[in-house]
Design a protein around this ligand. Structure first.
Ligand code: SF4
Length: 342
């Protein structure tokens, strides 16, 4: 057992999801007549974390850093190249298609874009009720209708809206339909994949509040993916920061916002607006130069070194492991306070 596995899973923890050394490499092929694999896009590269029952783990990073791929691997929508994903102790990666279909009842997803994730030709009621039919949970027509009505009202929609089509709803209402669909089968775990990114700021808080209420009511466990640290602040118990396929920092919410240790986390946090304009103009901004490098050809050593203002020559050689530097606070940076020798 590695240091990461040992220390992220404390004795007595009620862990629902355990991800160990997860890798997702997508092959890149070339050739006209015969396709050859010429490289791999390392979208997720040796990621380990746990999600405890009833908690929300925020997963944050710029687009292209592997957050969505990680979420999809956890749900086995992508079958990982290597590593394991345990759901309540059962390894999802070793299950066949039939076994996984059975597990879908316990794991659901809410997608980013409420405009494209709903079938425009289905009514809201049919969208919400479809998982009941797929999982064989509707005993008869009446029970089905009652459950659909219950789900719509749980997410704050009128039951009379069941016969409307997605284009008749606002963006926020569509995302409520997506939430109701995810709830239909009484899941234990939901991957919320940027569920508010496509919504107006005024609507974002309503959806986040709804997700929190539902979590409380049904004891749900969330992996909440976002590209913006300000979005996950309210809802997360712990936050993991991803960069180019790696987790570079994980800590409790208060620790990550008050004392971020990784230069990438510091840069992301410095871009989060503060409501007080006086404080906002006084604080130091850490600009992130350039774009996230291609995961097809990641930099040597610490993958963040081409964009890191603290980088030294050593950073180009050493791949920093994720290490616990304070209780429950893990960081992968050889120059972070308390990290010790590389
Ligand atoms: Fe920056 Fe070096 Fe730390 Fe990587 S290891 S984050 S390059 S200081």
């Amino acid at each position: 057992m590695t240091a990461v596995e040992r220390t992220q899973r404390e004795p007595g923890d009620d862990v629902l999801i355990e991800v160990k050394h997860l890798k997702m490499y997508f092959p890149v092929t070339s050739g006209v007549l015969v396709q050859r694999t010429v490289g791999y896009i390392k979208a997720v590269d040796d990621v380990s974390f746990v999600v405890r029952r009833g908690e929300t783990l925020g997963l944050v990073g710029e687009s292209g850093c592997g957050k969505t791929t990680t979420g999809r691997c956890v749900l086995q929508l992508y079958r990982p190249t290597a590593g394991s994903v345990l759901f309540d102790g059962e390894d999802l990666c070793s299950m066949n298609g039939r076994e996984l279909r059975g597990m879908r009842r316990y794991m659901q997803v809410i997608f980013q874009d409420p405009y494209s994730s709903l079938n425009p030709r289905m009514t809201a009621g049919d969208i919400v009720g479809e998982p009941l039919l797929v999982q064989g949970l509707a005993t008869d027509r009446r029970a089905y209708r009652e459950r659909v009505a219950e789900l719509l009202s749980l997410v704050g929609l009128r039951t009379s809206m069941a016969d409307r089509f997605p284009h008749e709803f606002s963006g926020g209402q569509r995302q409520r339909i997506g939430v109701a669909r995810a709830l239909a089968v009484n899941p234990q775990f939901i991957v919320c994949d940027e569920p508010v990114s496509a919504l107006d700021v005024s609507i974002q808080a309503q959806i986040v509040n709804l997700l929190e209420e539902l979590q409380e009511k049904f004891d749900l466990t969330y992996l909440f993916i976002a590209h913006d640290l300000s979005v996950v602040r309210h809802i997360s118990d712990r936050v993991a920061v991803m960069y180019l396929g790696h987790i570079v920092e994980i800590a409790g919410r208060n620790a990550i916002y008050a004392t971020p240790l990784h230069p990438y986390t510091k840069a992301l946090l410095s871009a989060v607006p503060i409501p007080d304009p006086v404080i906002d103009t006084q604080r130091e901004r850490i600009p992130l130069a350039g774009e996230v490098p291609s995961p097809l050809n990641p930099p040597s050593g610490c993958v963040f070194h081409p964009r890191c203002w603290m980088a030294t020559a050593e950073c180009q050689q050493v791949i920093p492991e994720l290490r616990e530097v304070q209780t429950g606070h893990f960081v992968a940076c050889i120059h972070a306070p308390g990290y010790g020798s590389p």
